[in-house]
Design a protein around this ligand. Structure first.
Ligand SMILES: *Cc1c(COP(=O)(O)O)cnc(C)c1O
Length: 371
């Protein structure tokens, strides 16, 4: 699904040097590269503040804690997402309210969102799934009307943009009160271990997030609240500083792969290629097709596997049907699209190092099965 080795070899000199520099200074925790990277990423994302942390799941939890959400407060999000998005809320005793996504964009359905809001709603978490922005203009409008903060889960969307109807273009993760991302190795901006970050323009929230991520302390050994310990390692920050310089090229390479797939499947009526919303610059963290119900997905997966082609199901079980949520959270409205998509989606290999010959082989192998 990814070729991290091939990607590394192209930037090996810079990465090796950056890592060696950290080792030479032995500033493994909160070394200079961490702050340098945070400033550079904030600038890249058009956000005033960037708070690095240990991973993308922590980033979500830190924001929820910094916002002072209390058990019983309701958090609206999609069921059609990675488990981490809603796990953080459940861990804090918050009530997850699952709503449906759109069939085309795979992101929060606006009508479902309107209907899910109650006086207990304290947060809305849109996910820029697969690398395409949710409909932030509508989401922010609805949230503002109810005075509810919005947190963008941008773990899959970093590098993407959203263009508002007045022409303003913003980076994903920079539009709402807060945004979070993950530097898991296979993410669009991945490090060589775990890492994550929070974005915000709000100084008060930035200060709170920093405190929460650092044992509730602003001044060393002075703990004003109960926090957690969540840091980005200096070595990871050093790697990320190098890779941030290539992020736009990486996104471009992914889009190139997506264009190729789009063209190859254009005439196949049994394959629906990813919809590209006019407002979004899609960065294709995943290239996810929707198969016609006449296509036996398991057999296709098996056929591809036999030909050496990996595929993935993102995600095989929607969050509201996970055992962990058996006695937690609630569903608002019907999740018709979630239930429609779950057995039909299939994610194909997409990464920064794919060649035309690989793409041709994958497409031909799929086309000989899906006729
Ligand atoms: C990867 C991911 C996360 C979690 O990131 P980690 O760094 O693995 O904790 C959260 N939300 C979404 C949508 C993700 O894809």
């Amino acid at each position: 699904m990814v070729d991290l080795k091939g990607q590394y070899l192209k930037i090996k000199k810079d990465v090796d040097l950056a890592i060696q520099e950290v080792i030479d200074t032995t500033a493994f925790i909160n070394g200079k590269a961490v702050q340098d990277f945070a400033s550079e990423l904030a600038a890249y994302n058009g956000s005033r503040f960037c708070i690095p942390c240990a991973n993308g799941t922590d980033a979500l939890q830190i924001v929820m804690m910094a916002l002072g959400l209390k058990p019983g407060d309701e958090v609206i999000s999609a069921s059609f997402t990675y488990f981490a998005t809603v796990e953080a809320a459940a861990l804090l005793g918050l009530e997850t309210v699952f709503i449906d996504v759109d069939r085309d964009t795979f992101t929060l359905n606006i009508e479902a969102l309107k209907k899910a809001i109650t006086p207990k709603t304290k947060l809305i978490v849109p996910v820029h799934l697969y690398g395409q922005a949710a409909n932030m203009e509508e989401i922010l409008r609805i949230a503002a009307a109810h005075n509810i903060p919005v947190l963008e889960d941008n773990a899959q969307g970093i590098g993407g943009t959203f263009t508002f109807s007045n022409g303003t273009r913003k980076k994903t993760g920079s539009m709402a009160l807060a945004g979070t991302t993950s530097f898991f190795p296979s993410k669009n901006l991945g490090c060589y271990g775990d890492g994550g970050a929070i974005f915000t323009d709000n100084e008060e929230l930035a200060v709170s997030c920093r405190m929460v991520a650092s044992h509730g302390q602003k001044i060393r050994y002075q703990h004003d609240l109960i926090g957690i310990n969540s840091r980005l390692d200096t070595i990871q920050a050093a790697v990320l500083r190098v890779k941030l310089q290539h992020l736009d090229d990486y996104c471009h390479a992914r889009r190139h792969v997506a264009d190729y797939y789009d063209r190859a499947f254009q005439s196949n009526t049994k394959i629906t290629t990813p919809y590209r919303a006019a407002y979004a610059h899609h960065v294709f963290h995943q290239y996810t097709i929707i198969l016609d119900e006449s296509v036996p997905r398991e057999s296709l997966i098996e056929h591809l596997k036999n030909k050496g082609i990996p595929t993935m199901l993102y995600y095989p079980i929607p969050c509201h049907k996970q055992k962990a949520f058996e006695n937690r959270g609630r569903v608002s409205g019907s999740l018709t699209n979630t239930d429609y998509l779950t057995p039909r989606v299939l994610s194909l290999p997409i990464h920064t190092e794919m060649g035309t010959d690989q793409l041709e082989y994958i497409c031909n192998t799929i086309m000989e099965f899906v006729k």
